[in-house]
Design a protein around this ligand. Structure first.
Ligand code: ADP
Length: 616
């Protein structure tokens, strides 16, 4: 659509510019016509009044009045007069005809090719003039083949009742006019009343007709007016009916070239004007090509200007749209950011609620953990007491033996003192002291073991812990004839844990091992320590007992799993032991021993530099 609008605009501008151009061209052509008309007027019509002067000359009148036989004597004076007049005017020829059309006197009488005696009765101007009407015509002088414009006036005799007695003729030469005409750059024509071209630039068009004419008529005119010149060979084929206002016609492109071939090649503005006082029309042709070029330029400029304007408008619109888009985007962004803020606030509120919920949960968990720990401590304590209960018989035996010995030694000492044997008394008392010390240490160990205490971490010598546990089973080991292999060096394997609880674990393991070995012939209990690949201390406790059944191995660490008789075991020992060790950061593993029997591995965290720092 835009393209169509642009094209229409271009067409409109083209037409407008063309119209203005043609208008201007018409003005210029009109001006040119003025100049040409003035030139023709000065060349041709300035002689129009001369024939009336001839009429007044007595010599001429005398010549015309004289009968034919006396005319010869009067001819001389008349010729002289005409010659003088002609010299004065600088014109080409002045002559007088009798009513028969014969030249009686002529200004050119001195030249050999003068007109004297020639018959011009066929000339149209003569025919008109002899009838009594002044006439003017273009014609070609037959003697010299010279074109001219003839003004003819009837000469009347007042003495003979104003009868026409002859015709006075002035011929205006057209040479100067012709010269000027050919100098014309733009094509220009002089056309007579018969549409015959009398003068033309280009000269090839001379004697052409505007429109094709009948041959006979042309031949007749040619004979009468053009000294037998062949007319109308060429028809320009242009219609000048509206040319007084200016009309568009087509003319051959190369005016001097082959006319037929190039007919109608180029468009011209033809402007014609009637010459006052003559039957002539002057026509000038103005080439419309520059107008066309100018109009095309204007159209292109118009289109370009409109295009620029349109681009400008589009640019402005685009800018506005962009600005609007930016504004919308900004508003959208603002809205989105508000929404985001709102959501963030909501989320923050949710989060802080969740955080406080979490905090509450943490507190609850901590409380639960505390409760659990307390319960675990209670359980540990209960398990310890259970072990103590199981060991009670052994311990009683352990204590009753020295107690009995002390009683006997004390009685003996009294007896020895009474006898005055102070040395034996002293010896007995020393043994008593030793026994009491032994009992004290047993009770001390028991006290330490039974003490209910929260886990306290310290550097624990594994060998000492093993010794402490074994000490509690001292009596049973001896009674049941158990060989104990200790491959645990003192002061080498130091673990980071709670001494009391580690001892509880060992007591539990030793107790189970002794239970498992009860029916066996060979009873060996072994302890060895090594460093595990994880860096932990691995204390292996092996026995030569019955070992595990597959089912027992699968459920060993489950609470209340026991193969013992009711009242002998609760099935909590291994569960609690493993929990204690895991609390330390260690573990408890079970498996078969190489020579049959069971093997438990106690994994313990080793003492590290950071633990040392804690203790200091
Ligand atoms: P309890 O000793 O009260 O039965 P434990 O948890 O200490 O509970 O032991 C669970 C079970 O594991 C025992 O009943 C026993 O069957 C088995 N067990 C423990 N230690 C050994 C061992 N050294 N040799 C063979 N079986 C064992």
């Amino acid at each position: 659509m835009l393209l169509a609008v642009l094209l229409l605009l271009g067409l409109f501008v083209y037409r407008l510019s063309e119209q203005f151009g043609i208008e201007r061209m018409r003005d210029a052509a009109s001006h040119q016509l003025d100049i040409l008309a003035a030139a023709i007027d000065s060349e041709v019509t300035r002689h129009a009044s001369i024939p009336s002067a001839i009429e007044l000359n007595p010599d001429i009148l005398a010549l015309l009045r004289a009968p034919a036989d006396q005319q010869g004597s009067r001819q001389g004076a008349a010729n002289h007069f005409l010659q003088k007049l002609n010299d004065h005017l600088g014109g080409p020829a002045i002559f007088v005809l009798d009513t028969g059309g014969r030249v009686l006197a002529s200004s050119d009488w001195i030249f050999s090719d003068n007109l004297l005696g020639s018959d011009l009765s066929y000339m149209p101007f003569f025919r008109d003039a002899v009838q009594g009407t002044p006439a003017r015509h273009y014609a070609i002088d037959p003697a010299r083949q010279e074109p001219g414009y003839y003004f003819a006036l009837p000469v009347r005799d007042e003495k003979q009742d104003w009868r026409v007695i002859g015709v006075a003729v002035v011929k205006s030469g057209l040479r100067e006019l012709e010269r000027r005409w050919l100098a014309q750059e733009a094509p220009a024509l002089i056309v007579d009343s018969n549409d015959l071209v009398l003068l033309a630039s280009p000269p090839e068009w001379r004697y052409a007709t505007l429109r094709p004419k009948e041959r006979t008529m042309l031949d007749q005119i040619g004979r009468q007016q053009f000294a037998g010149q062949r007319l109308g060979e060429l028809s320009l084929d242009i219609d000048l009916s509206g040319a007084s206002e200016g009309t568009l016609v087509r003319l051959p492109k190369h005016l001097r070239g082959d006319l037929q071939a190039l007919r109608g090649e180029r468009q011209y503005l033809a402007l014609a004007r009637h010459l006052p006082g003559t039957a002539w029309r002057i026509v000038v042709f103005s080439d419309l090509r520059p107008v066309g070029v100018q109009a095309a330029t204007h159209a292109a400029l118009g289109i370009a200007a409109f295009g620029c304007m349109l681009l400008g408008v589009l640019y402005a619109r685009q800018r506005r749209r962009l600005a609007r888009g930016r504004e919308e985007a900004r508003a959208l962004l603002e809205r989105a950011s508000h929404e985001l803020e709102r959501k963030v606030e909501e989320r923050t509120a949710d989060l802080s609620e969740a955080v406080s919920g979490l905090q509450r949960e943490v507190v609850e968990r901590q409380r639960a953990e505390q409760t659990l720990r307390a319960a675990q401590d209670e359980l540990v304590q209960a398990a310890k007491l259970a072990v103590l209960g199981q060991m009670a018989t052994g311990i009683t035996h352990e204590l009753s033996q020295p107690l009995g010995a002390i009683r006997a030694l004390a009685a003996n000492a009294v007896e020895f003192m009474r006898r005055g044997d102070m040395a034996t008394t002293e010896k007995n008392m020393a043994i008593v002291e030793q026994l009491i010390e032994q009992m004290g240490s047993i009770i001390g160990q028991l006290k330490t073991f039974a003490r209910k205490s929260p886990a306290v971490y310290s550097a624990v010598d594994v060998a000492q812990a093993v010794e402490g546990a074994l000490f509690l089973f001292d009596v049973r080991l001896k009674r049941e004839n158990v060989t104990v292999d200790r491959h645990v060096e003192h002061g080498v394997w130091i673990a980071w844990c709670d001494r009391n609880r580690l001892q509880q674990v060992l007591v539990n393991l030793i107790g189970n091992a002794l239970d498992a070995m009860q029916g066996e012939a060979v009873r060996r209990l072994g302890f060895s320590v090594d460093k595990a690949s994880s860096g932990q201390l691995a204390l292996a406790v092996t026995d030569s007992g019955c070992g595990f059944t597959e089912e027992a191995l699968a459920h060993l660490f489950e609470p209340f799993f026991t193969t013992k008789q009711p009242g002998e075991g609760l099935g909590l020992g291994l569960t609690i032991s493993r929990d204690i060790l895991r609390d330390f950061g260690g573990d408890l593993l079970a498996g078969p021993a190489p020579g049959g029997g069971a093997r438990f591995v106690v994994l313990l965290p080793p003492l590290l530099a950071e633990h040392r720092k804690q203790t200091t």
